[in-house]
Structure formats: C-alpha cells, structure tokens
Design a protein around this ligand. Structure first.
Ligand code: BV8
Length: 230
C-alpha cells in the first residue's frame, strides 16, 4: 500500500465468523436485557451477579477452544508486519483474537474480557475463569472491588489521546465490522476525513456512518479484508 500511515478500527463483525455473536446479531439483547442495560456501571451496582454472569458466559465461550482467529484477523496481522509506515489497530472488541492472530500495535479501546480490574487500586489482573462478585482482589484483599476490565456505556474509552493523535496523522482509515452505532468510535471516520485520509468501510452492509466513507467493500470480513489489504 502506498499510504504513509494507516489506522484500522474493528468491531464485533470481524469476530462474527470466528463464532462470537455480534451485538446486533443478538438484537442487542442478552437474557432479554438490552446490552446497554447490562454493560453499564449502574447495572454493576444494581445487579452485579447479572453483569458478572454476562461476562463470565462470554469469557467461557472465548476460552472454550472453539473460537479461533479468522482470515480477517490474520490479514491485519500480516499488514502490520509488512507495512513500512505507521500502523495502529484500534478494536472495540474485548476478545483476544487480534493478539492470537499476531497483531501487536493494538489498542483495546473498550477493554479486555480476559482482564479484571480492582475498582479501588486500578490494578489489572488476567483472568481465565469466572469472576464472581465476592472474589477477593489480589491487591487490597477486599471483596466486591474486582470488576471486568471493560469500558461500559457512560464510561470513557481507553487510550483516546493516542487514538486521536493517530487519526490526525493517518493517510488511510479502514473500518471493519462495525455498525457505527457506538460513539466515540463511530466518529473516528470524521476525524480521519478531516486529516485528509482516504476512508474505507469493509462491512457486511453499510453502517450508520457509511456515507462518511470514501470507499466501501461489502461482504464477510474473512473474504473482504484479505482481498483489500493484501
Ligand atoms: C462515552 C464493551 C462519555 C462492553 C462496549 C447515554 C449515557 C451515556 C453515554 C451515552 C448515552 N447515549 C449515548 C451515549 C454514548 C454511548 C453510545 O454511543 N451509546 C450508543 C448505544 C448510542 N457511548 C458510550 O457510552 C461510550 N463512552 O461516551 O463516554 C464520557 C465522556 C467523558 C467522561 C466519561 C464518559 C462508551 C461505549 C463503550 C461501551 N462498551 N463494549 C462489552 O463488550 O460488553 S460497546 C460494544 O457495542 C462494542 O464494543 C461495540 O463498540 C458496540 C457494538 O458495536 P459493533 O462492534 O459495531 O457491533 P454491532 O453488533 O453493533 O455491529 C456489527 C457490525 O458487523 C454490523 O454492521 C454487521 O453488519 C457487521 N458484520 C456482521 N457479521 C460480519 C460483519 N461484517 C463483516 N463480516 C461479517 N462476517
């Protein structure tokens, strides 16, 4: 690719063919709760067992051995390895499929399913099993302070300064597998356009912000992404 710098944004759609349900795929519902109602700090205060169950179930699926990176994850890892310019992959996803495919220049702006965080100290811990409400934290030994290291609705996404700096410098912005419904991620294309970047949407269908992109390729990520980046 002849561009000097590339920023890639991925959403749930890039992991769909690996077997992880998208938010829209679940009609935004989980156990008859709207995702926005379960993935919030208020929900965690009001019903921590429900919220922990929501993440424990997703963590169990991710660790089941049935979920592996697909050709789209692998194509992005190859692009990072072979591209000589500046490269940053920003994912809204909390799974570890990009890492397992070999991506390193990666930001999980909405956190990571395989990490827990102490609400008191901010310390992070890797977890490969259930996280229960009364689990005692390793740093303060308090019960009830451990939460999923995930950005809930109403919480500030992670590393936003780094992301906005990369967007302001990028020559190409590629958005993959996201419906463009959740901000601030859905606004990244406008930042890239203002930086004069060439913006590309690779998705199953036009997203809510599809009109902002200069170029579109529609189809399953496992086909469209490798076809576009290689
Ligand atoms: C913030 C982690 C401000 C959790 C997620 C009221 C109160 C508070 C905030 C708000 C509010 N109203 C609006 C907001 C802002 C809010 C927001 O945007 N809400 C939406 C619902 C309107 N945003 C926030 O709250 C954000 N924070 O604004 O903070 C602030 C300011 C200062 C100080 C403090 C705070 C935080 C949002 C992060 C929420 N956490 N994830 C978890 O995972 O459980 S969001 C979660 O949903 C995902 O991470 C992702 O971002 C989003 C789902 O979106 P997608 O990834 O796009 O997935 P989706 O299923 O929607 O679409 C899949 C796409 O793939 C589809 O287009 C489909 O066609 C395509 N596809 C499917 N299969 C394939 C495919 N494509 C290719 N190939 C395939 N095979």
């Amino acid at each position: 690719m002849q561009y000097k710098s590339i920023v890639v944004l991925t959403g749930a759609g890039i992991s769909a063919e690996s077997g992880i349900r998208t938010f829209r795929g679940a009609d935004g519902l989980w156990e008859n709760h709207r995702i926005e109602e379960v993935a919030t700090p208020e929900a965690f205060v009001h019903n921590p067992q429900l919220v922990q169950r929501f993440y424990n179930e997703r963590r169990r699926q991710l660790l089941s051995g049935d979920i592996i990176p697909n050709a789209a994850h692998r194509a992005l890892a190859t692009l990072e390895r072979e591209f000589s310019g500046d490269f940053l992959l920003v994912t809204q996803n909390i799974d570890d499929l990009h890492e397992r495919a070999g991506s390193h220049k990666l930001i999980h702006m909405h956190g990571e399913l395989l990490k827990a965080r102490c609400s008191a100290s901010g310390q992070l811990f890797s977890i490969d099993s259930n996280l229960e409400v009364n689990d005692r934290c390793h740093c303060c030994n308090l019960a009830g302070t451990l939460r999923p290291h995930v950005v809930w609705f109403g919480e500030m996404p992670l590393q936003m300064d780094t992301i906005y700096e990369a967007l302001s410098q990028c020559a190409m912005f590629i958005s993959i597998g996201t419906s463009g419904n959740v901000y601030p991620a859905a606004g990244f294309v406008e930042c890239a356009n203002q930086a004069g970047a060439h913006s590309v949407e690779l998705n199953l269908e036009p997203s809510s912000v599809g009109d902002a992109f200069a170029e579109h390729r529609f189809g399953p990520a496992s086909e469209v992404v490798s076809g576009y980046v290689q």
